[in-house]
Ligand binder design. Structure first.
Ligand code: GLA
Length: 471
């Protein structure tokens, strides 16, 4: 277990009132007594968008904005969850391997997905919990903003359930030099004398990413890996292609000195984009299926990363309907929102993935070399690619990206997250931050009639247990 100081650094003092209020609220709902406080962070992705489900490269950072789950174990398998926000009604379910889902849009489905996947993994019902979720502003992860608030909820529930079902579970990492995976949990299950089940951070992250398929979006592993494995002051380079043993290559990369990573929320929060997202997944899967005719054995676009783009492009149609693929015996798998008449822009989508993977590798090199100008150019190029080839931007995001670049001292700006609204990330020289905020806020309001909100990304650690105290 780590302290709020380990987790929030200079911001720890501000958190005291939040944690105290959360404990009091927990006590009022569930009665006084011992309470465990878990947290899971949101994330901002520096570069590497829509590459994860193609087994490509990503470079996310865990935020110090997080979802708290105050919890107490139960003697049975029930999970009872309340939320401090009245829009999210209480949820109760039994934590087994086949949990019936509530209608789409029910916030409890993230918790159900987490519990179901863990129960499947352990092959048994889990010990349940009574919990209170605290994710409200200003310390919570902004919702629908492309900063993975839903994954933070999934991971917080999974970490808490793991705590009582694995043994001592995960604890929020205090970064120790030389500790390459500070979040590993290897404690014995004290409840019986059999060999203890163990769950390391990587496995937990993988399970959480599969858990989120429960809600319909066929996302990749990025959000859960960074939520579990994040590290203070670092980005996480993640190679999303597992090796034969199912392990992933990770590398912590220090953030640039002298620059701030600013997150600007457009306030455009699209709901129900899983159909559009799944259509991007479908286009990539179609690309793989079509490339397989020439490059036998590839399973993901990443497997063709070393082939020159011109060669790949020659094999890929600009667009093709799902029905035409089906007629050729190509099935794309279970993708809600993708129908036979869906037309897939295969070539452009694959081009984005191929070029983006290269940019991530170059971005890691630029960060390591302290070459912020090169990093900024890569961010700009990545944005052009998600806008033109992946087509996941929107006018409000374009306004933020463009006006942000008008400011002297801004190295680069880009859309971060899945797209269709949400946030941009900007690499801004420390002394240029006030001008950046004033200029972008003013231009954004003038052009769109909306207010943008800004915060500086402080890279925090991954999910875990932060405190055990009395409610
Ligand atoms: C969402 C998904 C991630 C990733 C991003 C786009 O956040 O959950 O897995 O695909 O979109 O990079």
């Amino acid at each position: 277990m780590s302290t709020p100081q380990d987790v929030y650094g200079d911001g720890a003092a501000e958190q005291t009132a939040r944690y105290d209020a959360a404990r009091r609220a927990f006590g009022e709902i569930y009665g006084r007594g011992k309470v465990y406080c878990f947290r899971a962070p949101g994330r901002v992705n520096l570069i590497g968008e829509h590459t994860d489900y193609n087994h490509g490269f990503v470079l996310p950072v865990a935020l110090d904005k997080d979802t708290l789950l105050l919890a107490r174990p139960r003697a049975d398998a029930l999970v009872r969850l309340c939320n401090v926000e009245p829009d999210y009604p209480p949820v109760t379910f039994a934590a087994g391997p086949a949990i019936p889902s509530a209608p789409p849009g029910d916030w409890g489905n993230y918790a159900r997905g987490a519990a179901q996947r863990l129960a499947q993994h352990f092959g048994r019902e889990l010990r349940g919990l009574d919990g209170l979720v605290v994710g409200s502003p200003p310390y919570g992860v902004p919702r629908g903003a492309g900063l993975s608030s839903s994954s933070a909820l999934t991971v917080a529930v999974a970490v808490a359930l793991a705590h009582w079902n694995v043994g001592a579970g995960l604890s929020a990492s205090a970064d120790k030099p030389g500790d390459t995976d500070a979040n590993h949990a290897r404690m014995a299950d004290l409840s019986d004398a059999k060999p203890a089940p163990t769950l390391d951070g990587m496995t937990l992250a993988q399970l959480c990413s599969e858990a989120e398929w429960y809600v319909g979006t066929r996302g990749g592993v990025m959000d859960h890996f960074i939520a579990v494995l994040g590290r203070r002051d670092h980005a996480l380079f993640l190679d999303c292609r597992p090796d034969a043993a199912g392990r992933y290559r990770t590398e912590y990369v220090p953030l640039p000195a002298g620059y701030r990573i600013l997150v600007v929320d457009s306030g455009v929060h699209h709901r129900n984009v899983s159909g559009a997202y799944n259509q991007r997944v479908a286009a990539c899967r179609a690309g793989v299926a079509l490339l397989r005719a020439r490059y036998a054995g590839i399973t993901h676009l990443r497997d063709a990363q070393d082939v020159p783009w011109a060669e790949l492009a020659a094999e890929l149609p600009e667009e093709i309907a799902v029905a035409a693929l089906l007629a050729r015996g190509i099935e794309l798998g279970d993708l809600p929102g993708v129908n036979p008449d869906t037309v897939l822009q295969v070539r452009a989508r694959c081009r984005h993935v191929w070029t983006e993977n290269r940019r991530v590798i170059e971005a890691v090199a630029a960060l390591r070399a302290g070459d912020t100008a090169a990093l900024g150019r890569l961010l700009d190029a990545a944005h052009a690619s998600v806008r033109d080839d992946y087509e996941v931007s929107c006018p409000e995001i374009e306004c933020l990206v463009r006006t942000g670049r008008e400011v002297d001292g801004v190295a680069g700006t880009r859309l971060t997250g899945a797209g269709w609204g949400g946030c941009i990330v900007a690499l801004v020289r420390n002394d240029a931050v006030p001008t950046f905020e004033a200029h972008v806020a003013g231009r954004y309001r003038a052009e769109t009639g909306r207010n943008a909100s800004f915060f500086a990304c402080r890279a925090g650690p991954g999910a875990g247990l932060v405190s055990v105290s009395r409610a």
